[in-house]
Design a protein around this ligand. Structure first.
Ligand SMILES: [Zn+2]
Length: 384
């Protein structure tokens, strides 16, 4: 794709040159000067001499609004080709032109900021996009770029502000993003023990997106912190009912709160209901974890084995099943066989990712709310 874009470079030059020639037709000498520079630039690009072409462009004495657009394109195409240094030079040169129309200057600033963003220079990119916003009421492109920057810098307050600006200019609902940002702030305050602040932030998150199950998770964490395990259990279960992906995230928290209040039986029934309702055999592994904390009844073993056979399970669930069998026997030969199987499974599972982004396919070991590869929220799920 990038190669294709670069192939368009000469056409961008040519288009700019033709427009410019029309504009300058009245002044023959000037027209000659312009056409000579453009053709020279095209030839240099065709000869794969981008540095020399760049020199011709940067030393071009006169730029009007038509040629400015062409130069913007050239800078963008350098960026698309991965030549960010050249893109920066083109756009910086354009911004420095005193006779540039304010609209073109804004476009050049946006392109300049995009160059820094692509180069990973977030502080410089933020400065450029903020400057664009200072000179306009609000600009959707600058706000959208700043949203990405503040997400990466984890400046959630600012991310909320610019996302509202993006939303103002878009038909898309950004409530879920804003709700996640409030949840990020809530989690930080939860770690600091600012209970009232967390409650307020969760209210704002719910206002932004009333269906975000992450709010229930943090409400559960908050209840747990307040030493209210019954309430925590209620929130965690509500979160899982709303979004079964969260079981993997909440498994250990569920076990911890039920352990505190001796409600294994309640958790067992809850997990069995999920299996029976959704046919999700992945849940079986978590059920085995819960049951293994006490003596497992023959009836429960029968339920586990028949459920395991009823569908395709994962190696992680098989591992838990074999471990359960091992706990149930005193036969030395069987224990040795189970150890052998568990050793093989352990090795297999060691380097295996359990979670995957459903948007970009990126795999990871732990559940996280935002994919680190495509930066999307709520796209990570357990690999089935
Ligand atoms: Zn992704």
């Amino acid at each position: 794709m990038k190669e294709l874009l670069f192939l368009l470079l000469p056409f961008a030059f040519l288009s700019g040159w033709m427009t410019a020639r029309k504009r300058y037709r009245k002044s023959e000498n000037k027209s000659h000067q312009l056409s000579h520079n453009f053709v020279q630039g095209i030839n240099l690009l065709l000869d794969e001499q981008p540095d020399k072409a760049l020199e011709v462009f940067l030393n071009h004495p006169d730029i009007d609004e038509y040629t400015a657009e062409t130069y913007l394109l050239i800078g963008n195409m350098f960026r698309a080709r991965g030549e960010v240094d050249r893109a920066l030079k083109v756009h910086q040169n354009l911004i420095g032109r005193s006779n540039l129309h304010p609209d073109r200057k804004k476009s050049a600033m946006l392109a300049y900021g995009e160059d820094f963003l692509v180069a990973g220079m977030l502080d410089r990119a933020e400065k450029v996009f903020t400057e664009v916003l200072e000179n306009t009421d609000s600009d959707p492109k600058a706000c959208a770029a700043l949203r990405i920057i503040y997400e990466q810098l984890q400046q959630w307050d600012r991310a909320i502000d610019v996302t509202r600006c993006v939303e103002k200019h878009s038909n898309k609902d950004f409530g879920r993003y804003i709700a996640h940002y409030y949840c990020e702030l809530a989690q930080l305050d939860l770690e600091k023990g600012n209970v009232h602040v967390v409650e307020k932030l969760l209210e704002l998150a719910k206002k932004a997106d009333k269906e975000l199950s992450r709010v229930l998770v943090i409400q559960g964490d908050l209840a747990s912190r307040k030493q209210l395990p019954d309430e925590a259990l209620k929130y965690y279960q509500a979160a899982i009912r709303q979004d079964s992906r969260l079981l993997s995230l909440l498994n250990s928290r569920l076990q911890s709160v039920t352990d505190d209040i001796g409600k294994d039986e309640k958790l067992k029934k809850f997990l069995m209901r999920i299996i029976d309702k959704n046919g999700d055999i992945q849940v079986l592994g978590y059920l085995i974890d819960v049951l293994s904390r006490n003596d497992i009844s023959p009836q429960d073993i029968k339920y586990i084995e028949s459920t395991f056979k009823s569908g395709t399970s994962s190696p992680a669930t098989l591992m838990r099943l074999v471990s359960m069998w091992k706990e149930q026997t005193t036969d030395e030969d069987k224990i040795a066989q189970y150890d052998l199987i568990m050793g093989v499974l352990q090795e297999y599972l060691q380097d295996r990712s359990d979670f995957q982004c459903q948007d970009c396919g990126y795999q990871m070991k732990e559940f996280i709310w935002r994919c680190p590869a495509c930066q999307e929220w709520d796209t990570v799920a357990q690999i089935k």
